[in-house]
Structure formats: structure tokens, C-alpha cells
Design a protein around this ligand. Structure first.
Ligand SMILES: Nc1nc2c(ncn2[C@@H]2O[C@H](COP(=O)(O)OP(=O)(O)OP(=O)(O)O)[C@@H](O)[C@H]2O)c(=O)[nH]1
Length: 962
């Protein structure tokens, strides 16, 4: 009009609210040759011509715009009056209004078309209308959803205005020309903002939920940004602006909206909608790869994703390259504008892009992981050559050849150890992940996983622990007498390792018979855990004692909840507060002190508080949500076993899950069996036993160990096979495997990935050394291996320590203390590594070296003899002479010697003189008496022990080093 400068086609189109094609056509009719491109220049002359043809439309467009504006603000009012969040409902409510608007639009569009076309080919008009309808019918499929979607679209459409500009004959009076558009968006901007925010959130969720549609969503999102940023300049070339509009429409909504949008385009050009899609896709691609211009290349992979997309790609192909490039260029510009403008929209788009990049990275990583996983072989140690070959998908002879090349002669049925399996697998480019052999076998039989709906609450299984004489047995006895199913005639007739009690409100609790943490830990050391809750008994008239602390540590190491029973409350000197206080110092914090451990004040003598204790146990059980499925094949645990002259092997079993029935075949550890008979503690024969029921079971082929898991497989054949396999594996393991952690073995096991933590039990002479040592050791934790001090205590290393080490696969560090004879033997049989030190730094260095994989135990200490002092003679000028008895080994006068009193090293020195009767001797064998004096040490007492030892240099073999 008044403008002297040439205008861009898309702007003019938007101004007149006509399709760019119509403008191009009109111009060509009037002798102007203009390409239908958004940026084609419309000279003032051309503009004049257009003004003549479309001037009226412009006015209508303005009117329309105003109407739309009104509608928009009404809508926003409604929306904001509701809860800000934009939900489908929010959109659905103003349906009527929107529907109206929609109707208007539908009517407007065809008419506009007519007008646009009328200048050229009025006859085409009637044909266009049906086309539009068709489109509309085709695209939006889900009617109800789309109503809301379309409404949303409309809102946005209204904002963008380009589409509405596409005429309206009937509505002419209502609809006003375009200029309004420009004003309108500005006003609208703040309002729609909130909607779009919400939409954006929706999109975010959507993005995350649906990767497939991610791209489209993103496109939509960007379109929204376009909308936001370009609202002012709403103007876009007719065609592309149509596309953009569509995109804008799409923005806040689902893909269906996109299709709805197409309709607009189709009104004018039957292929338009497809072009629009192309544009969208291009946009997507650009977003995917902003910097790359080669969008077309990036498209194909995405297109593969869905047939829809591939269709799109075909459509793309139809369009001329030039057009695409132009549009892309335009899009790029828009994007740049958006970025440089630094608007909220651009920030959003950045965020979105970031998210998208992150997602892509994640996807790439996942793919990588998958690839890596493919190369990981999950096998059990001691797998046979043939099984390994099967896993590697090669012939057994190939594995044998590989082993030969590695310098090992193996047979097809030979079982291989971890390092050999690794070596062989490496030859085939596989990494190995070792899984527990027994678990693997169990996996074969334990296919069925309990469904949550099949699970029913089961009775909790309780172990009572506490210090000597604090009343564990009394408590168990009282509960048993008072609560064991009162109706049972004859009372308790036999020991089944556990018993069930029924509380006043008819709830069941199963108590394991053997109190104390030794039994508990011994069971755990065999890989079994029967206990759900520990009742920690502490005498109210005493204090938290060493075994109380041990019990706490054992329960914690097992991850079992603790309910405290402060016993002997009937005693006048009872002081429960002191006990609670002391317990809190050891990590057992009762509820009134802000902790989670429940506490009951009881008297095992009078029975006071026992009901309260049981109630608290039940509450704890409820918190633990202990459940089992009684309607499945049984699983249980062997509590004890013995051989009965008449019955053969008899074992006390605790059923943990499922129901054990007479006649069931089973496997308990490496032992096969079939349930011949079951009895409860009252000697009553049972036909079946459900979860948490203790029974005495007959029908074993061999003798299982306490702690062995009992499983009922689907048939006898499987049970026999599993038992057989387990026997083989156990044999293999006992032959070839150091069962428990040792410092020497640590680095090897670290390399195998078997170890992520080093559990240490510290025993020392005094508390000060414990603190210093545990502090220093804990600091040694590395990323790969964390150092856990699971128990500390002063005094000799006891069997209980060894059991805990065994159960927790830990090592024992003794500082200035020695193991008791029993502990030493147990440590030998359980292969527990006990390291004894006299200097804290030596201990720290050794653990450090082990963790670094640099431990070189070339020099080690070997105990040569143990000697007990039976009498002490003080001889003037000579000093103290001990009359001794050599209990173990051979006492050599040249070996260094330690003096141990109550398990604690009190002196480390040399033998001054060693005599048999009156004669000096070089050495004395075990079982003989002798007289010993120690250089510079006279403080000898009856009962002291001497430990004679030798420093040995060990040469490490290659095997050791591995
Ligand atoms: N007054 C009083 N004495 C109790 C109570 N509970 C246990 N006792 C007594 O404390 C002593 C030790 O009780 P036990 O039940 O044998 O203690 P324990 O913890 O099982 O001991 P060990 O089996 O040696 O570990 C016995 O003489 C009981 O009579 C109580 O609540 N009140």
C-alpha cells in the first residue's frame, strides 16, 4: 500500500489473508511473474494489484482477527479461572465456544478459497468445498479427543491467524482484515503463554514417554516457539506459513492436530498438507542436527521408524529440491532469530534441544552397553569344558585346543576354574561374569516367581540374642510355655529347632530354638538366613555387654531388624534408661530416642511385658511386609540334622515359602530326598507344612548341613540332577577354591570382579588400638573396594569372630591378641584369614597393599609351638622360670617367642634358656614339659601361654600371583 519497499510474499499473503498460491496466481494473471516462495518480493505495483483484488478480504480478516481476539481472551479467562494446569478437561470445557469458532472456520475457509480462486476460476469453487470436508473427515480420527485437540489448535491458529486469514465469505461481517492479526498476537502473547507452558510440560512428559514420537513432538514444540517468537511477525509466506501454522497448531497438541492442520492447506492445494509435513520433518531434522544442512540425509533413518514417516519421506521426494532448500533456509533463519532473540521460547528450545541431545547420548550409551553385554559371558566357576564350549557357541574340541595352546591339558568333562575360564573366553573375545554356581542351578528349578497377588502374610521368624545370663533361655522358655498352642495335648515332645507361638489376637510368630548369635551366624556362614527379626535381650540390672555388642553387629551384618527386650524388669535395680542410652551408643536407637528400634520392658520371670514384646515383634513384622506364597512348591532351610538309628537322617526344616507335602521330592544342599514323613514339635504327623512352619523331616538320601537350602523342584528327576550337580560343584569347590576372603587372594578376586568390599573384624588388646586401627583401615577404601569394619572387640579372637568372618566373607585382624585354640582350628577349617600384628602401621600397610594388588607375602610368620605355663619359679639372679607344657608343635629355643595372657600378647621377645629337667635343650616336642625363661621378662604367671614362631620366606609362585 503506502509502503514503497517491496514486501515478502508470505507477509503479503498473511496481510491479505490469502494463500500464497492465490497471490502468485493473481499476479501472474496480471502479468507479474512471481515464484511461490515465501521470500519472493512483492513490489508496490504488485501490491496495488493485490490490494485491488483482496482489499475486501483484508478488512474481513481484521474483523475476524478481532473476533478471534475476543474469543481468545474469553477462553483464557475461563482457563485461568480454573486450576492453572492445562488438562484435557480444561480444553474440553469451553467446547461449545470452540466448536462455534471451529464451525466458523470451517465455513470461512472454503469461502475464502472461493474468493481467492474466484478471480481465476470461479467454477472450481464448488469442488473445493467437498475436498475440505473430506480432508477433515479423513484426518481427525478420534473424534472426542480431537475435539479438544482441535480446539487447542484453534486457539493457536487464532493466534497465528494465518489460517483464518484464509477468507470467510459468510462470516465476512464478523471477520476482519489482517492488520488485526499483528495487533492480536501481541495482546494474546502473555495469555497463551501459560497455556503453552503447560503444553510444554505435557510435551516433556510425552517426549519421555514416547521416543517414537519424540521428533514430532519436538517439532511441535519448536513450532510453538516459533509461534511465540514470531507472534509479532505472524506473517509467513502463504504456503510455508500455512505449514508453520500447522506446526504452530501442532505445537501444544498431539500429532492428530497436525493432521487437522493439513486440512487448511488442502483447501487450496490438494498436495499441500503433505508439503507441510515435509516442512515439519525438515524442521525436526534440523533440530536433531542443527548445524547440519544435510537434513535429507538425516531423515531416512527416522523415516524407517514408522510407516507414517516413510510415507512422509516419499512425499518429500515429490517436492522440488529448490523449494526444500528455500524452506529450510527460511527455517534456519527463523531458528537463528529465535536463538538470538533470547526469548523464553529460545530458552525453551535450548532446553529441549539439550534434552534431546541427552536422550540421544543415553540411547547411544544403551546401545553400547547392549553391545558390550553381548560380549559378556555369564557362567559359573567350575563349569565343564563342554558347557563352556556351548556357552561360547564353539565345539568342545576348540576349547580343548585353546586350553592346549594356553599350556593346559584338559578333558571334555573337566571343570575349569575362574582364571582358566577367563583365559579361554578372552580367546573368543568374551568377558566373563561369574555367577554363583549353586544359584545358577537353582535358577533352573526356581523358574516361577511369586506374583504379588499370590503372596500372603507369613509369621515372622525370630532369633533371640544377647549376653550370657541376660535371660535369653528364660525368655524363650516363658514364651513357649505361655504361648505355644495351648490346645496341644501332651505339650512339647520333641525338638524341631523352632516353635510357633500364637498371640492373643491369633497371630503366629516362629521362634528359632537356639538362642545366641553363634547359631545365627553359623547358619549365615553357610549362606542361609532364616531370621527375620532379632530380639536383643539385655538385662535391665546389668549393662550392654561384649556379647550384646557382638549380637548387634551380627544382626546388622545380616541386615536383620532388632527389637530390644530389656529383661529382668522385676529386679529392683533395673535401670532401662541406662540400657537404652548404652544401646544408642552402639547404633541401636530406640524409638523414644528418635530411632527405629522398638523396645519392650519385660521380665522372663514374671512374664510382665511379654505380650507387649510380641506385639512389637508383630508390628516390626508388619513393617517388613513378610509374605510368602503358600500355593507353590516349597522352599525351606535346614536348621539341624542328625542321624537317627531307626529313621535314618532326620532334619529339622523351616519352611520359608510354599507348602511342603508328604511325597514331595526335594533337594537340600547337595542331598536328594523325598518327604516320607513330617512331624511338628508335638510329635503330630503332618501332611503338609506352609510358610514359617518348623517340621522334623524324614526322607533324606544323605545328611544335609544346617543352613542348606531345601527346594522342591517340579519332579524327582530334576531334584536328583540338581543334587548331583551340587555335589560335583561342592567337591570341586572344596578341592580348588579358597572359600573365604584372604588378603593374598583379595587382588585376584578384585580382578575377577568378585569383590566390592573387604569386611574386617578387628580384635585388639585395648579399645585405643581398636579405634586407631579401624580409623586407619577405613580410610583405605577405594572406588573398587570399600573397607567395612563389621565388628571390633577387645580380647582374644574367638570362635564367634571366626564364624562372623565366615558368614560375612571377611578377614580378622588381631592387634596384640591371639586366637583361642578353638578359633584357630575353626579358622583353619573355614579358611578364615587371621592376620596378627604388633604394629598398627604394619596392619594398615598390609591391607593397603592387598587392596592395591601389591601384596607380596614373601615373608610370613608361622606359628611353631604353643606352650602353657603350669608353674612359676623365681630364682634369684636368674629371674623367673616357667614350668611349661608344650601343647602344640615343637618349641625351639632359637625361635622368637610371645607371651600371651588371656588372649592378649603381653610380651614379644626371645627364649633365654630352655631346659628339660636340668639340661639345656635345643627344642622340646609337644606333649613334653620343660622350663623356660624369657630374656628380659620376668612377669610370668601360671596360665600364660607362649607362642613360638618363625619368620618364613615364601616364594610366590605364578599361580599365587594370579
Ligand atoms: N529376676 C529375674 N531373673 C531372670 C529373668 N530372666 C532370667 N533370669 C535369670 O537369669 C539367669 C540367666 O538366665 P538365662 O535365661 O539362662 O540366660 P541366658 O541369656 O539364656 O544365658 P546363657 O544361656 O548362659 O547364654 C537365670 O538364673 C534366670 O533365672 C528375669 O526376668 N528376672
Amino acid at each position: 500500500m503506502t509502503d514503497q519497499k517491496p514486501k515478502k510474499l508470505f507477509k503479503v499473503a498473511s496481510e491479505f489473508n490469502v494463500a500464497t498460491q492465490s497471490i502468485v496466481d493473481t499476479l501472474s494473471d496480471n502479468g507479474f511473474d512471481v515464484a511461490n516462495r515465501p521470500n519472493s518480493k512483492i513490489t508496490p505495483e504488485m501490491y496495488e494489484v493485490l490490494d485491488g483484488v483482496y482489499g475486501d478480504d483484508k478488512a474481513k480478516s481484521r474483523e475476524h482477527e478481532r473476533a478471534r481476539e475476543e474469543y481468545e481472551s474469553r477462553r483464557n479467562q475461563i482457563l485461568s479461572s480454573r486450576n492453572e494446569s492445562v488438562s484435557i478437561d480444561n480444553f474440553l470445557e469451553p467446547i461449545d465456544e470452540k466448536e462455534e469458532a471451529k464451525e466458523e472456520k470451517k465455513e470461512e475457509k472454503p469461502k475464502e478459497e472461493k474468493k481467492a480462486e474466484s478471480s481465476k476460476e470461479p467454477t472450481l469453487e464448488p469442488q473445493e468445498e467437498p475436498e475440505v470436508k473430506e480432508e477433515k473427515e479423513e484426518e481427525p480420527e478420534a473424534a472426542s479427543e480431537e475435539v479438544s485437540d482441535e480446539e487447542k489448535e484453534k486457539e493457536i491458529e487464532v493466534k497465528s491467524s494465518d489460517q483464518e486469514t484464509e477468507e470467510s465469505d459468510d462470516e465476512e461481517e464478523k471477520v476482519k482484515p489482517e492488520e488485526v492479526k499483528k495487533e492480536a498476537p501481541k495482546k494474546e502473547e502473555p495469555e497463551p503463554e501459560s497455556d503453552e507452558e503447560d503444553e510444554e510440560d505435557e510435551e516433556e512428559d510425552y517426549d519421555e514417554d514416547d521416543e517414537e514420537e519424540e521428533d514430532e513432538d519436538d517439532t511441535e514444540v519448536e513450532d510453538i516457539e516459533d509461534e511465540e517468537d514470531d507472534d509479532d511477525s505472524d506473517s509467513e509466506e502463504e504456503e510455508d506459513s500455512d505449514e508453520d501454522d500447522e506446526e504452530e497448531i501442532i505445537r501444544g497438541r498431539s500429532n492428530k492436530k497436525l493432521t487437522g492442520t493439513k486440512v487448511v492447506g488442502k483447501v487450496e492445494f490438494s498436495k499441500e498438507p503433505r508439503k507441510k509435513r515435509k516442512t515439519r520433518k525438515r524442521k525436526k531434522d534440523r533440530k536433531d542436527d542443527e548445524t547440519s544442512d544435510a537434513k535429507k540425509q538425516s531423515k531416512p533413518p527416522k523415516e524407517d521408524k514408522s510407516s507414517k514417516k516413510s510415507k512422509k519421506s516419499k512425499k518429500k521426494g515429490r517436492r522440488s529440491k529448490v523449494d526444500e532448500e528455500d524452506v529450510e533456509k527460511k527455517m534456519r533463519e527463523t531458528m537463528q532469530k529465535m536463538q538470538s532473540s533470547g526469548t523464553v521460547g529460545s530458552k525453551r528450545s535450548k532446553r529441549r534441544r539439550q534434552r534431546k541431545e541427552e536422550r540421544e547420548e543415553e540411547r547411544a550409551m544403551q546401545e553400547e552397553m547392549e553391545q558390550l553385554e553381548e560380549q559378556i559371558l555369564e557362567v559359573a566357576e567350575f563349569i565343564t569344558v563342554s558347557d563352556l564350549a556351548e556357552e561360547l557357541e564353539v565345539k568342545p574340541t576348540d576349547v580343548i585346543t585353546t586350553c592346549m595352546n594356553l599350556g593346559m591339558m584338559v578333558s571334555i568333562n573337566q571343570r575349569l576354574d575362574a582364571s582358566t575360564i577367563e583365559l579361554v573366553a578372552a580367546e573368543y573375545d568374551f568377558d566373563v561374569e561369574f555367577v554363583d554356581a549353586e544359584e545358577m542351578i537353582e535358577e533352573e528349578i526356581e523358574v516361577e516367581e511369586d506374583k504379588p497377588e499370590d503372596l500372603e502374610p507369613r509369621a515372622p521368624i525370630i532369633t533371640v540374642m544377647g549376653h550370657v545370663d541376660h535371660g535369653k533361655t528364660s525368655l524363650l522358655d516363658y514364651i513357649r510355655k505361655a504361648k505355644v498352642a495351648a490346645g496341644e495335648a501332651g505339650g512339647i515332645t520333641q525338638h524341631v529347632g523352632a516353635y510357633e507361638v500364637v498371640t492373643d489376637d491369633d497371630k503366629k510368630i516362629t521362634f528359632l530354638d537356639t538362642p545366641g548369635h553363634e547359631a545365627f551366624t553359623a547358619m549365615r556362614s553357610r549362606g542361609a538366613q532364616a531370621t527375620d527379626i532379632v530380639i536383643l535381650v539385655v538385662a535391665a540390672d546389668d549393662a550392654v555387654m561384649p556379647q550384646t555388642i557382638e549380637a548387634i553387629n551380627h544382626a546388622k551384618a545380616a541386615g536383620v531388624s532388632i527389637v530390644v527386650a530389656i529383661n529382668k524388669m522385676d529386679k529392683p535395680e533395673a535401670n532401662p534408661d541406662k540400657i537404652k542410652q548404652q544401646l544408642s551408643e552402639h547404633g541401636v536407637i530406640v524409638e523414644e530416642y528418635g530411632g527405629t528400634n522398638q523396645v519392650a520392658l519385660v521380665s522372663a520371670e514374671t512374664g510382665d511385658g511379654i505380650d507387649d514384646l510380641l506385639e512389637k515383634v508383630l508390628i516390626e513384622a508388619e513393617l517388613l511386609e513378610l509374605k510368602a506364597n503358600p500355593n507353590r512348591l516349597a522352599q525351606g532351610i535346614v536348621l539341624e540334622s542328625r542321624i537317627d538309628k531307626g529313621k535314618g537322617t532326620v532334619a529339622n526344616i523351616l519352611v520359608q515359602n510354599g507348602t511342603l507335602k508328604v511325597g514331595d521330592p526335594f533337594v537340600a544342599g547337595p542331598v536328594f530326598g523325598r518327604v516320607r514323613a513330617m512331624e511338628n514339635e508335638h510329635g503330630t504327623r503332618l501332611q503338609d507344612a506352609g510358610p514359617s512352619t518348623p517340621v522334623q523331616l524324614i526322607g533324606f538320601d544323605g545328611t544335609p548341613q544346617a543352613g542348606d537350602r531345601l527346594i522342591v523342584p517340579k519332579d524327582e528327576k530334576t531334584a536328583k540332577e540338581v543334587a548331583n550337580q551340587r555335589q560335583q560343584i561342592r567337591r570341586e569347590q572344596s578341592l580348588r577354591r579358597v572359600k573365604h576372603m584372604t588378603l593374598d587372594d583379595l587382588s585376584r578376586r578384585m580382578a575377577l570382579g568378585e569383590v566390592s568390599e573387604l569386611n574386617i573384624i578387628i580384635k585388639a588388646d585395648v579399645d585405643g588400638s581398636i579405634e586407631a586401627l579401624s580409623g586407619a583401615l577405613q580410610k583405605l577404601s577405594t572406588e573398587e573396594v570399600s573397607v567395612n569394619i563389621i565388628h571390633t572387640g577387645s580380647g582374644a579372637i574367638t570362635e564367634s569372630d571366626v564364624l562372623l568372618a565366615s558368614a560375612s566373607d571377611g578377614i580378622i585382624i588381631g592387634f596384640q591378641v591371639r586366637p583361642t585354640a578353638g578359633a584357630r582350628k575353626l579358622a583353619e577349617t573355614e579358611s578364615i584369614d587371621i592376620r596378627l600384628f604388633s604394629v598398627i602401621y604394619d596392619a594398615v600397610d598390609e591391607v593397603h597393599d592387598a587392596l592395591e594388588g601389591m601384596l607380596s607375602p614373601e615373608i610370613s610368620e608361622q606359628m611353631k609351638a604353643m606352650v602353657t605355663v603350669r608353674e612359676v619359679f623365681k630364682v634369684s639372679k636368674v629371674g623367673t622360670i616357667a614350668g611349661c607344657y608344650v601343647t602344640e608343635g615343637k618349641l625351639n629355643r632359637n625361635n622368637p617367642i610371645r607371651v600371651i595372657r588371656d588372649g592378649v600378647v603381653i610380651y614379644d621377645g626371645e627364649v633365654d634358656s630352655l631346659k628339660r629337667f636340668k639340661d639345656d635343650v635345643k627344642e622340646v616336642q609337644a606333649g613334653y614339659e620343660c622350663g623356660v625363661s624369657i630374656k628380659n621378662f620376668n612377669d610370668l604367671k601360671v596360665g600364660d601361654e607362649f607362642e613360638s614362631y618363625e619368620i618364613v620366606e615364601e616364594k610366590r609362585s605364578l599361580d599365587d600371583a594370579r
